[in-house]
Structure formats: structure tokens, C-alpha cells
Design a binder for this molecule. Structure first.
Ligand code: SF4
Ligand code: SF4
Length: 242
């Protein structure tokens, strides 16, 4: 594996100080060994000529302008593989999140911003702007189709707004909007294990693009909307598959 020279004297910058202050006790961004383990599993490595190790080195060496302004910060999936692989527990996703916050909101990618704003506007917190009544209609439609066309599944259930169920299940908007049949396999699994579950018309969407937008207030608002949906039905466990 390719390795580069260790970082001798990290330069202090406001951004570096800020990120250091967010680390758990004992955390140290300048502990990087430049081993490249973070790069190996990163799905965004190489895009825009950037990867997690290079991003970290730019920040640590005080070249933060180049790092923070790179469109690469929006290509990171926030999967945290780099952190899991890092022998020094360097929290690169946290740095990337902070880098995103350094962009004025109106300059952030329109697609992510639009998805976040749709979630804020809709009862279900749907990033695709899907209405709750349409979500409920699609579920009923697909369920009826299964009952009529799939022998052995006549008793399959897909409850909506069932009070007191054990599990409140979220659903990514993409399925009811573009691939509704994709919801059925999970319904079948829940049926076979005898799970007591429900969807809800409030806060039903699983995704949260406000997190990817690095908009803390909007992220929290969307989560609270979903929590309110779970609590309004008295469900005991919130299942979010995202
Ligand atoms: S895995 Fe950790 S120690 Fe290795 S290069 Fe990446 S950040 Fe540095
Ligand atoms: S969190 Fe971002 S930088 Fe880290 S491995 Fe995932 S995509 Fe790469």
C-alpha cells in the first residue's frame, strides 16, 4: 500500500481548531499515519481528484481553502467507512460535514437542498414531495394487487395509522413514487415473522436529505416530525431502514 511522509507540524487554522474542538476526548486529527486505509473503501475516492486522506492532509496542513471549496465535499456519502477503517479513529466524515456547513446555504447543491425543503414542506417528510394521501393510496393499491395475483398471500397486511403497533416503519419515498412493488418483499418478511407493525401518514418517509445538506436546524425539524408520527400512534419501536 502506498504511504506518504508523516505530517510533522500541523498548521493551526480556525477551521482545524473548530473541528478539533468537536472531537471526543483524546481525538486528534493530526494523528493521521497517512496509511491510506480510509481511501481503500471510500466510494468517493478519486472523484474531483480528491479522497479522504488528501482531504485530511489539506486541512491539517492549513490548505483548507482548497479542501473546503472542493465540490468533492458534496460527493461523500457520509457512509463512515473511512472512520471504521482508520487505525487512529480520525473522524473525516465530521470534517466533511463541517466543510459543508462552511458553504452558504444558497450555494449548496440544488438537488440536495430541494429534497431537504420538500421534506420540510410535506406531512410525511418526503424528499420527493409525495403527499401522505398518495402514499396511503399506493399502499392500498399494491396490497390489493398482491391479494389478487399472488396465491398464498391473501392475508398479507400493510397497515397505515394503526394505533398501538409494536413497530412504526418508515419507507423511502422512492419506492411508493417510482417502484411501489419494491415495498412488498419487506411486507412479506414482516408477515412471516408475525410482526405487529404499521406505517403512518405523518413522518412516513425514511430519508433525510437535510442531514446531507448539513442543515442542523432542518435536520432536527425533520427528525422531530418523524418522532411525532411514531408517538402519535403509540408505537414502541421506530424502524428506519435508511
Ligand atoms: S486511515 Fe486514518 S490514519 Fe490512515 S490515512 Fe486515513 S485518516 Fe490517516
Ligand atoms: S464517509 Fe465520505 S469520505 Fe468517508 S468513506 Fe464514506 S464517502 Fe468516503
Amino acid at each position: 500500500m502506498e504511504t506518504a511522509a508523516p505530517l510533522a507540524v500541523p498548521a493551526a487554522t480556525p477551521f482545524l481548531d473548530h473541528v478539533q474542538g468537536l472531537l471526543p476526548e483524546g481525538g486528534n486529527l493530526s494523528a493521521c499515519l497517512t496509511c491510506g486505509a480510509c481511501v481503500a473503501g471510500c466510494p468517493a475516492a478519486g472523484l474531483e481528484g480528491m479522497d479522504p486522506r488528501k482531504f485530511l492532509r489539506l486541512i491539517t496542513l492549513g490548505l483548507e481553502d482548497e479542501a473546503l471549496k472542493s465540490p468533492w465535499v458534496w460527493m461523500c456519502t457520509m457512509c463512515r467507512r473511512c472512520l471504521m477503517a482508520c487505525p487512529m479513529q480520525v473522524d473525516i466524515p465530521q470534517m466533511i460535514y463541517q466543510a459543508r456547513q462552511s458553504w452558504p446555504r444558497e450555494t449548496r447543491p440544488k438537488g440536495i437542498m430541494g429534497s431537504c425543503d420538500q421534506a420540510l414542506r410535506t406531512e410525511g417528510a418526503s424528499a420527493m414531495g409525495a403527499r401522505s394521501e398518495d402514499f396511503e393510496f399506493v399502499i392500498g393499491d399494491i396490497l390489493e394487487e398482491v391479494h389478487e395475483s399472488q396465491p398464498g398471500w391473501e392475508e398479507l397486511q400493510a397497515p397505515v395509522n394503526k394505533q398501538g403497533a409494536m413497530y412504526f416503519l418508515n419507507q423511502n419515498s422512492r419506492e411508493p413514487v417510482t417502484e411501489p412493488d419494491e415495498m412488498v418483499p419487506l411486507w412479506k418478511i414482516l408477515h412471516l415473522v408475525g410482526a405487529d407493525w404499521t406505517y403512518g401518514t405523518q413522518g412516513w418517509a425514511a430519508e433525510n436529505y437535510c442531514m446531507f445538506l448539513a442543515d442542523d436546524a432542518a435536520w432536527e425539524e425533520v427528525v422531530r416530525k418523524k418522532v411525532a408520527g411514531v408517538e402519535s400512534l403509540g408505537a414502541k419501536v421506530w424502524l428506519n431502514t435508511e
